[in-house]
Design a protein around this ligand. Structure first.
Ligand SMILES: Nc1ncnc2c1ncn2[C@@H]1O[C@H](COP(=O)(O)OP(=O)(O)OP(=O)(O)O)[C@@H](O)[C@H]1O
Ligand SMILES: [Mg+2]
Length: 439
C-alpha cells in the first residue's frame, strides 16, 4: 500500500476520520483521531503527540513524540456507524528527528524480526485467543452451560462469535474457525496464521473487535486470564514456524516427527528460556492463577507431540500439509502485549538455532500425574509460580533484555514489581473467609 493509494481509497470511500493506533508497553491500545484532511501530512511526516502520558514511553522533559501510520494497515472500522466511514491505521512511534522510538513495542518486534530476516527466516504465528462473555464488568455470572465445541440454544455466544467473525473478515483478518471453549461462557475464534508483525496488529484488532461486538450486544467480553476460580482460564496458545521464502523450514520428511533440525533447536531454545520469557507471555498477577495443574494450562517445562500437558506441543503431522508443520507454545495468555510476547518467543527460539541447543527427550506421560521425584529425575522444571518469581527470573535474563531493549525492559520490570507490591498488600476475600472466623 502506498500513500497515494490510501489517499485515493479514502476519497473513494468518503472516509471522514482516521484513528491512529499504537500500543503502550503493557499492550493497551492507544488511539487518537484525525480528520481525513490531515491524512496526507500524517502519512508523510507523522503526527506529534505527548509521549509522557503513555505508559513506559517518555519523561515529561522529552515528551515530544511522533506517530507515523504504517500504510499497510489501513482498514475501515466496521463497528462505527457514521455518515462518513472511519478508518484505522497502526502506527510506528518515532522520535522528533524521525528515528524509531526504542520504547515502541511495534519497533521492538520489527527489530527482532529483522534479526530473523538476517538469518534468512520469516517468523509465522497463529495464536488462539480464548475469552469470556459476561453480563458486565460487575461480576462473572456464567451465561451458558456450554463446553468444548458445544452448540446449545443457550449458547448466546454463537451469534456474537459469528458477528465478530464478520467484522474481522471485513477488516481483512482471515478466520479459520470459531467455537465454544471448554469452560462455560468461554469462547474462541481462530485466526489464520500470518507473519508475526501482521499477527500482532491482528491480535490488537481482534481484542478490540470482540469487545466492541459484545458491547453492542449489551454484554462484556474479557481476556482476563483467570476470571473464575475452579474452571479453565483463557489462554493464547501460540503456534509458530520459520519459513525461508515459501518453504516451511520446520518440516523434514525424513524425521520421525517430521521435524527439521531447525525446529528442534527452536523448541530447545523455547524450553531453555521458558522461565525467563514467562513474565512477558503471562504478564499479570492473575495470569498465574491460570497456570495451575488440572486445567490443560501448562505448569511444567517440557515438550511432546500431541501431549496437551506439555509446555511446547507439536501438533500431529498431516500428510500433504508440510506448510502446517508448527510448534505450539501453551503458556501465553491473551492479556499479553503481543508485540513483546512474539519478540521474546522468537528470540528464545533463535537462540536455540544459533547455539544448536540439544533437544531434551519428549515427555509423553501426563506430567500432572508425575510425582515431584519423577519430574526431578526427568529434569522437568516448573514455570514460575507467580508474577514475583517470574519477574525476578526475567530481571536476570540477558536474552530478554536484548530482545526488548533497555528502555522497554527496565520499564517493564519496574512496572511489574509495582504491580506485585500492590497485590501482596491486599487483604483478600479468600483470607477473610478462611481466617477471620478462626483466628
Ligand atoms: N506453519 C504454521 N505456522 C504458524 N501457525 C500455523 C501454521 N500452520 C497453521 N498454523 C496455525 O495454527 C493454529 C492452529 O490452531 P488449532 O486450533 O487447530 O490448534 P490446536 O492447538 O490443535 O487446537 P486446540 O488448542 O483448540 O485444541 C491456527 O491459527 C493456524 O493458522
Ligand atoms: Mg491449542
Amino acid at each position: 500500500m502506498t500513500k497515494e493509494k490510501i489517499l485515493k481509497i479514502a476519497k473513494e470511500k468518503n472516509i471522514g476520520f482516521v484513528r491512529l493506533w499504537f500500543t503502550d508497553v503493557l499492550g493497551f491500545l492507544k488511539s487518537f483521531d484525525i480528520p481525513v484532511e490531515e491524512l496526507g501530512g500524517a502519512l508523510k511526516e507523522g503526527m506529534g503527540f505527548d509521549g509522557s502520558s503513555i505508559e513506559g514511553f517518555s519523561r515529561i522533559e522529552e515528551s515530544d513524540m511522533v506517530v507515523k501510520p504504517d500504510p499497510n494497515t489501513f482498514q475501515i472500522i466496521p463497528w462505527i456507524k457514521e455518515d462518513r466511514p472511519v478508518a484505522k491505521m497502526f502506527c510506528n512511534v518515532l522520535e522528533p528527528d524521525g528515528k524509531p522510538f526504542t520504547g515502541d513495542p511495534r519497533y521492538v518486534l520489527k527489530r527482532n524480526l529483522q534479526e530473523a530476516k538476517n538469518m534468512g527466516f520469516t517468523f509465522n504465528v497463529g495464536p488462539e485467543l480464548e475469552y469470556f462473555y459476561f453480563r458486565n464488568t460487575g461480576g462473572t455470572e456464567i451465561l451458558d452451560r456450554g463446553g468444548y465445541f458445544d452448540l446449545t440454544p443457550m449458547d448466546i455466544g454463537q451469534d456474537l462469535r459469528r458477528k465478530t467473525v464478520l467484522v474481522l473478515e471485513k477488516m481483512g483478518i482471515e478466520v479459520e474457525y470459531w467455537h465454544h471453549e471448554v469452560a462455560s461462557s468461554q469462547h474462541e475464534i481462530d485466526l489464520r496464521y500470518k507473519d508475526a508483525l501482521t499477527m500482532a496488529d491482528n491480535v490488537m484488532t481482534y481484542r478490540m473487535a470482540v469487545k466492541e461486538v459484545a458491547m453492542n450486544n449489551n454484554l462484556y467480553a474479557t481476556f482476563m486470564p483467570k476470571p473464575v476460580y475452579g474452571i479453565n482460564g483463557s489462554g493464547m496458545h501460540t503456534h509458530m514456524s520459520l519459513f525461508k521464502g515459501k518453504k516451511n523450514v520446520f518440516f523434514d520428511s525424513k524425521d520421525n516427527a517430521h521435524l527439521s533440525k531447525t525446529a528442534k533447536y527452536f523448541i530447545a531454545g523455547l524450553l531453555k528460556h521458558a522461565r525467563e520469557i514467562c513474565s512477558i507471555c503471562c504478564q499479570w498477577v492473575n495470569s498465574y492463577k491460570r497456570l495451575v495443574p488440572g486445567y490443560e494450562a501448562p505448569v511444567y517445562v517440557s515438550w511432546a507431540q500431541r501431549n496437551r500437558s506439555a509446555l511446547v506441543r507439536v501438533p500431529v503431522y498431516k500428510p500433504g500439509k508440510e506448510k502446517a508443520t508448527r510448534i505450539e507454545l501453551r503458556n501465553p495468555d491473551p492479556a499479553c502485549n503481543p508485540y513483546l510476547a512474539f519478540s521474546v518467543m522468537l528470540a528464545a527460539g533463535l537462540e536455540g538455532v544459533k547455539g544448536k541447543y540439544p533437544l531434551p527427550p519428549q515427555v509423553t506421560d501426563n506430567i500432572y500425574e508425575m510425582t515431584e521425584k519423577q519430574r526431578k529425575r526427568a529434569g522437568i522444571e516448573s514455570l514460575p509460580d507467580d508474577l514475583f518469581e517470574a519477574i525476578q527470573i526475567t530481571e536476570k535474563s540477558a536474552l530478554v533484555r536484548k530482545a526488548l531493549g533497555d528502555k522497554v525492559f527496565e520499564y517493564f520490570i519496574r512496572n511489574k514489581k509495582d504491580e506485585w507490591d500492590e497485590y501482596r498488600r491486599q487483604v483478600t476475600k479468600y483470607e477473610l473467609g478462611k481466617y477471620l472466623a478462626i483466628l
